[in-house]
Design a binder for this molecule. Structure first.
Ligand SMILES: CC(C)(COP(=O)(O)OP(=O)(O)OC[C@H]1O[C@@H](n2cnc3c(N)ncnc32)[C@H](O)[C@@H]1OP(=O)(O)O)[C@@H](O)C(=O)NCCC(=O)NCCS
Length: 169
């Protein structure tokens, strides 16, 4: 059986997601974020990028997750250059488990996993009103590259934020 363990933070374990975790991940997504996806979407991300699909667990229950896609496309840092990029599709920690460093740990560990997959950059979209998340990403080194008007269904703007992993090495 594959060893999913990555590290511990206090009473929490950070580890790779398994298929059995998906129902809890889907339920956390449903209760914490306005952007929801089909079950197939979660399964597909776990199949295609398992190294960067991580969960935080306490007492046998998932309390947070991060899931990413690995893409090939234009760099956010080097004009007209193509590169392999990690795309953070979704991140959430359940309400009672926030402000304990779990969000930070999930993002940092997923960046390490994406580096090993050959990504030179990581990027994501975040609501401009989501100050907690923007602060978290900025603390880790992400920059706001641009702001996209009407990005979300309710018309809110999104910041496109990116981290140049190659430069950070
Ligand atoms: C954004 C989100 C993922 C952050 O997760 P988190 O686990 O609370 O993040 P962290 O604990 O790493 O950091 C949050 C804050 O707690 C602080 N913190 C971390 N460990 C701490 C500790 N042991 N004691 C006290 N504070 C602590 C951090 O310094 C940070 O403070 P700041 O916001 O003033 O800069 C979480 O709020 C969330 O799930 N929100 C809803 C979903 C969402 O918005 N997802 C992002 C979509 S892009």
């Amino acid at each position: 059986m594959e060893n999913l363990f990555i590290n511990t933070i206090g009473d929490y374990t950070v580890r790779k997601c398994s298929k059995d975790d998906l129902s809890e991940v889907i339920s956390i997504n449903f209760t914490t974020l306005p952007e929801h996806y089909s079950d197939y979407f979660f399964e597909d991300l776990l199949r295609s990028a398992p190294e960067s699909f991580l969960v935080a667990e306490k007492d046998g229950h998932v309390v947070g997750y991060i899931m990413c896609r690995v893409e090939y496309g234009f760099s956010n840092f080097k004009r007209f250059s193509l590169t392999r990029k990690g795309h953070v599709v979704s991140l959430a920690i359940t309400e009672g488990n926030r402000r304990k460093g779990l969000g930070d740990a999930l993002v940092r560990n997923t960046i390490e996993a994406l580096k090993l997959k050959g990504c030179t950059e990581v990027y994501l979209e975040v609501r401009v009103s989501n100050h907690e998340a923007v602060r978290l990403y900025q603390r880790i080194g992400f920059e706001i590259i641009t702001t996209m008007e009407g990005y979300y269904r309710d018309n809110e703007e999104a910041h496109l934020m990116a981290l140049n992993i190659a430069a950070a090495q």
